[in-house]
Structure formats: structure tokens, C-alpha cells
Design a protein around this ligand. Sequence first.
Ligand SMILES: N[C@@H](CCC(=O)N[C@@H](CS)C(=O)NCC(=O)O)C(=O)O
Length: 222
Amino acid sequence: MNYTLVSFELCPFVQRSVITLLEKEIPFTMTYLTLEELYHPPDWFTAISPFHKVPILRVGEVSLFESAVIVEYLDEVNPPSMHPADPLLKAWNRAWIVFAESVIGAHYGCFTAQDETAFEQSRQQLETRLAQLESTVKDGPYFNGTRFSLIDAAYGPVFQRITILEQRYRSDVLVKNSKVARWAQACLERESVIKSLPANFEKKFIDYIRDKGGYAAQLYGA
Ligand SMILES: N[C@@H](CCC(=O)N[C@@H](CS)C(=O)NCC(=O)O)C(=O)O
């Protein structure tokens, strides 16, 4: 099967699919939307993306949307599965993959905050979310132990972004939650997670924050 992934370079949701494709050694091609095209989607993109969001996975004539669904599809048709085999544990993993979107959202709120109040609100939300996550993490190094799973592919991208910004400013949000911090480190060191980042990602990410202006730009963009 020939897969094409429609992407935007800074998107953590796209990266989930890239990590899954790399882990499974599935060949694929990428098409990138620019930031301008993401804000003002061209007709070809609105025709295949019902919510005008990336990622889109083109599978023949079908355009799949929603990153969690895309990776489930890739996992199902390209065994062995990257989910745990036990149905209850699999459902538990899926539930916490849904939760990842709120971690990504809280972190997005931090690095796009226009004023200090908005920043502190998002920061607080991120801390709450990571503390909730802490209670779910076991012995590691990955969420399910020694085996890298779809849930690690879901969190790896947000751990990368949190780490980049923590290194530029505050350095406590991950460290406060030691089990999450250890899990994050294992994900950061995973080859597929590293390779899923586009070239010069950190510079592009910081440029994006700087261009958004406001409080976060002062904090992280210098
Ligand atoms: N729930 C979606 C979220 C995808 C998403 O928010 N993508 C962002 C880029 S990171 C996007 O396309 N934003 C454009 C828009 O919201 O119009 C998924 O998991 O695929």
C-alpha cells in the first residue's frame, strides 16, 4: 500500500503517524502544508480534510483523518500490534491516548499565551495534567514497560516540545513528576521519535512562537 501523509512541520499529531510508520518500517511520502495554508486551506486540502486539520493519511482514494484513528489503522493492517494484547490494558492505553490531547492543548496554551495571566492558567493546567499522568506510569522505561507502544508515540512529540521549552526557561514541570520525567526521557531517546522531527525543528518551533508575539514570545523567543 502506498501511504501519503499530509502534514504541517510543527504538528505533534502528525508526528504520531510518522513514529508509527517508522517503527513499523512502512514506506510513505509526506506532503507539507505551510502555516499560511493551514490558516487559509487550499481547495485540494478542504476537499480531503473535513475539519481542515492535519494529519491526513491518503490510502488510495481514501483520506483518513484524526491522528489516533490513523495510527490505529496503520497498526491493524501492519502487524504486530503496538498496543498491549490484553483488551483491558489496550482500552486503558486508548483512554490515556485521548488524554494526551489535553496535555498538548495545555502546552500549546503556554507557548501561545499573549499575557502572563493566560500563561499562568495554561501552565497550571499543564502541571495538573502531568500530575494526573504521573499516577498512571509504572516501572517504565515506557508506559507499558520495556515495549514501545502507540501510547508512547502519542506522548513522545509533546514531551519533545515541553523539553525544548523547559530548557529555555523553567525547568521543573517534568522533573516534578519523576515517573513521567523518566518516561519522557525514554521517549526522547527513541530513534523513531527523534527521526519523526523535521529538520531544524527547534529553530522553526521557536520562530513560530516568536511570530505569535505576546508574553510567550518574550519568555521563549529570545
Ligand atoms: N484531533 C486532531 C487534532 C489535529 C490538529 O489539531 N492539527 C492542527 C495542527 S497541529 C491543525 O491542523 N490545525 C488547523 C486548524 O485547526 O484549522 C488529530 O488528532 O488529528
